[in-house]
Ligand binder design. Structure first.
Ligand SMILES: Nc1nc2c(ncn2[C@@H]2O[C@H](COP(=O)(O)OP(=O)(O)OP(=O)(O)O)[C@@H](O)[C@H]2O)c(=O)[nH]1
Ligand SMILES: [Mg+2]
Length: 178
């Protein structure tokens, strides 16, 4: 699906490696357990789309994705599958584990997003375990904006949500026209 075939609601796509907390963050956004956390990954092979209201902006579609480097998949296939999803996104949240360093796959996602001019923010999750300073330096070197969050302790999620809403509001909401 390319941009011209897209539905009119903006799509916010959550992307990242296995186990970083993509589904947990999506659930925290939605305020309900719509996505399986620690799910049966062998069965989860496609992105999951859930509509939600993001006041005061309006209606959006939240998209939870399969991991960019699923252990069961060929790493490159999994990365390509998600990169092919990116042109359908209006906004992307790249979810990272605060304990890890920036990977080549993460950097590939950043460069694709920049090439496609898709706005994105980075969510550095699981901060209660501590934050890897190499990760923060890597993010700075890649000129990204990041939020330090914990889905488990509900830290930083509202601030991230507020920033996304503000950034979406800078463009007209096509779903309001109807
Ligand atoms: N300690 C801690 N654990 C978390 C946090 N966020 C998520 N988790 C846990 O991390 C594990 C993976 O979370 P998921 O939300 O399934 O991660 P995911 O990125 O969707 O995983 P995949 O779908 O396999 O790629 C689960 O056990 C969550 O409970 C957090 O902020 N802190
Ligand atoms: Mg998941």
């Amino acid at each position: 699906m390319n941009k011209s075939h897209k539905q009119d609601k903006k799509r916010i796509v959550f992307i990242g490696k296995r186990n970083v907390g993509k589904s947990s963050l999506v659930n925290a956004f939605l305020g309900k357990e719509a996505c399986t956390v620690n799910g049966c990954h062998a069965e989860v092979r496609e992105a999951l789309e859930v509509p939600m209201e993001l006041p005061p902006y309006g209606s959006v579609v939240i998209v939870d994705t399969i991991p960019i480097a699923d252990a069961h998949d060929n790493k490159i296939d999994a990365l390509n599958k998600n990169i092919s999803l990116l042109p359908t996104a209006d906004f992307v949240i790249v979810v990272l584990d605060a304990r890890e360093k920036l990977s080549q796959e993460d950097k590939s996602i950043f460069s694709q997003l920049k090439k496609l001019s898709i706005p994105f923010l980075v969510a550095v999750n699981k901060i209660e375990f501590g934050i890897n300073s190499d990760l923060i330096n890597g993010l700075r070197a890649n000129n990204t904006t990041h939020f330090e969050i914990s889905c488990k302790e509900n830290v930083g999620v509202d601030a991230l949500k507020a920033r996304i809403t503000r950034m979406l509001q800078t463009e007209p909401n096509p779903s309001i026209k109807k």
